[in-house]
Write a protein that binds this ligand. Structure first.
Ligand code: F6R
Ligand code: MG
Ligand code: MG
Length: 376
């Protein structure tokens, strides 16, 4: 959107699982080829300024920059058409679950609610604008709650909250109640305990955006982080694959430094998703080349691509978790994987009953129903 003379940039990640190779493990290169071709055409026709296509697990990820603002019809229809063409290819190749995340046949101007995940934000570029695109597989939007809290509100993670005057006032978190379709804005550090009371319940409350405060030198209305919050089971009404999320985080000069942003992912924290969308397990930060889900369809993974942005143009990405500094987190995640796996079908490896509601378990329970006798 053009505002006066200031051109704002929109950074969009639109993602979908349109077919796995093999099973739900990864994305076939032919699907990425289609996406690259479609988005290159969109740059020529000036719908996009720039793009980068990648994948995380079985999710095809379209990273795009443009000046059309969030929820722009031309960008969403471009993504939709790309996912549809990739689905056709997936069908030709016999890939698994072709078109899995495309839950509607008719595109009506906005991809929201149609299956794909969306993380978009529009902002005024600073003189130098570092942006990180995070993409996860085999988990849900609430998996971002922990690292986003660490990055923007925990001084033990982000030194800048203490020692950088331009971070010192803290940030504003927009939290969505994804069951009741409501949202609330909470200020940190003042309302940190209220924030944690909500976002600790990560299957229901998700951090959607983070904003600078009014006292910041950055515009308080422009997000500095955004997370996709689509819950596929709520859209489809039944389990159709997990809602593997994506997020965008801006860094440096008045915001957490790049290293403080990445530090938020150094625990290998426990997230929900993994096998059959029904298990808790550690989130393992990996290089793009390792972003394929194998053991027990996981463990859940996150990749991070870092860009510098200039007038909407992207530099080549840096594969930020492709670094020995994250080896320890990965090894630890594998120990946690062993430990969690040994629990088999027992909670808390398997999700609690209320989170199993949209899986295939209720069908099994239904069959048992008539055999239950009243306990006296
Ligand atoms: C999790 C995921 C996989 C599948 C599992 C069973 O997000 O996609 O773990 O749930 O492989 O898949 P189906 O039911 O397709 O055989
Ligand atoms: Mg899949
Ligand atoms: Mg996936």
């Amino acid at each position: 959107m053009k505002m006066g003379f200031i051109m704002k940039t929109t950074f969009s990640i639109l993602k979908a699982d349109v077919g796995g190779w093999p099973g739900h493990a990864s994305v076939h290169p032919d699907l990425k080829k289609i996406a690259n071709k479609q988005l290159a055409v969109a740059v020529k026709s000036k719908v996009l300024i720039d793009y980068h296509v990648t994948s995380c697990g079985d999710d095809l990820e379209l990273i795009m920059t443009h000046t059309n603002g969030v929820d722009a019809k031309e960008v969403h229809s471009l993504a939709w058409d790309t996912f549809c063409e990739a689905t056709e290819k997936a069908r030709d190749l016999g890939l698994y679950g072709a078109g899995q995340d495309l839950l509607s046949d008719a595109f009506s101007g906005n991809i929201r609610g149609m299956g794909p995940g969306i993380a978009e934000m529009e902002f005024t570029e600073r003189k130098a604008e570092p942006v990180v695109a995070f993409m996860m597989d085999k988990t849900e939007p609430g998996a971002f709650n922990f690292p986003i809290f660490k990055i923007f509100a925990d001084p033990f993670n982000t030194a800048g909250l203490i020692i950088d005057p331009s971070c010192h006032d803290g940030f504003v978190f927009e939290v969505w109640d994804i069951l009741q379709h409501k949202h609330v804005k909470l200020n940190t550090p003042e309302e940190m305990y209220d924030l944690l009371a909500l976002i600790g319940a990560k299957s229901r409350f998700v951090v959607k955006r983070v904003f600078p405060k009014k006292t910041s030198k950055l515009p308080a209305t422009e997000p500095v982080a955004v997370i996709s919050s689509e819950k596929l089971y709520q859209i489809a009404g039944e389990y159709v694959g997990k809602d593997d999320p994506a997020g965008v985080v801006r860094a440096q000069s008045g915001l957490p430094a790049l290293g403080e942003v990445l530090e938020g992912f150094s625990l290998g924290h426990l997230v929900s998703g993994w096998m059959r969308g029904s298990h808790n397990g550690p989130l393992m930060p990996v290089a793009v080349k390792d972003a394929k889900c194998t053991r027990f369809d996981g463990p859940p993974r996150v990749i991070a691509l870092g860009f510098q942005l200039k007038n909407g143009k992207l530099t080549e990405p840096v594969d930020l978790f492709d670094d020995p500094a994250f080896d320890h987190t990965r090894v630890e995640a594998q120990h946690i994987t062993d430990y969690m796996r040994r629990h088999g079908p027992f909670e808390p490896h398997r999700l609690p009953m209320e989170d199993m509601e949209y899986t295939t378990l209720p069908k099994v329970m239904k069959a048992l129903g008539p055999r239950f006798k009243k306990t006296k």
